[in-house]
Ligand binder design. Sequence first.
Ligand SMILES: Nc1ncnc2c1ncn2[C@@H]1O[C@H](COP(=O)(O)OP(=O)(O)OP(=O)(O)O)[C@@H](O)[C@H]1O
Length: 276
Amino acid sequence: MPVSNLPNVLEIRKLSVQFGRQGVLRNIDLNVPRGQTLAVIGESGCGKTVLLKTLIGLIKPTQGEVQFDGRDFTKLNDRELVTQRIRFGYLFQNAALFDSMTVGQNVAFPLRQHRKPSELEVKRLVLDRLAEVGLPDSVVVKKPAELSGGMRKRVGMARALILNPEMMLYDEPTTGLDPIMSDVINELMMRTRRQHQVTSLVVTHDMRTARKVADRVIMLYPLTRLRGDESQIIFDGPPSELENYPDQRVRQFVRGEAGQRLMELREARGIVNEDL
Ligand SMILES: Nc1ncnc2c1ncn2[C@@H]1O[C@H](COP(=O)(O)OP(=O)(O)OP(=O)(O)O)[C@@H](O)[C@H]1O
């Protein structure tokens, strides 16, 4: 069955997030079918990470609902949130490993926090997950500082997978990695989807990642520069439609062209036909 025919696991309704007087997200409506890999793109500061954090209750929305598997996350108390959050695996932007712990302790951390495993079970699961992300047993005793950026991301991924999440959230999974290591991470995300049948949401600037791993892409636009009350999601479709999409803000973003943005900056500064 095509992924799009599956029921929604995530339903976001009229979601708005505001910090003081700064509006970041406005009236976001989004349904994500179970098993889909959705990439969220958009320029720096448009609210991609805020969206991700709001989904798992790390940020409270000003308005709206986030239904995961039929449960409104915005209505849960802190204790319920902790229990529900283990259904998500979160790969943070910089892998966010604990520097003072070994790799083994980092990967085992969620397991020890939320279950009561025997030491034998911990060892087996940690080594399994590390093998799954292509890391040898020998890294278990190392500290994160001794690893390369790509290895740290993979350790972060092993940790995110240790409790068998239903949904994976990736925040800039390839940022700061060379093209080969980025592709290793892309392949791992695809394998994780196949092996664990997870739904995935990938926040990324990396168009290679969006094109390769996603069934569907949404592009968010910064609220401050939206025209009137148009939707903040200015693109929603398969990656193949990005390149020639009629909205030039989308085309220029995916092609990495500054055109529209330069014009807006010139307009804001009252400059016409001049270099910035
Ligand atoms: N906890 C917070 N308190 C106040 N403002 C915040 C908070 N978190 C994010 N912001 C603001 O919200 C805006 C959107 O931030 P966000 O991190 O979601 O952007 P982004 O699209 O993920 O950018 P990038 O691609 O650079 O990571 C920024 O202006 C940021 O300063």
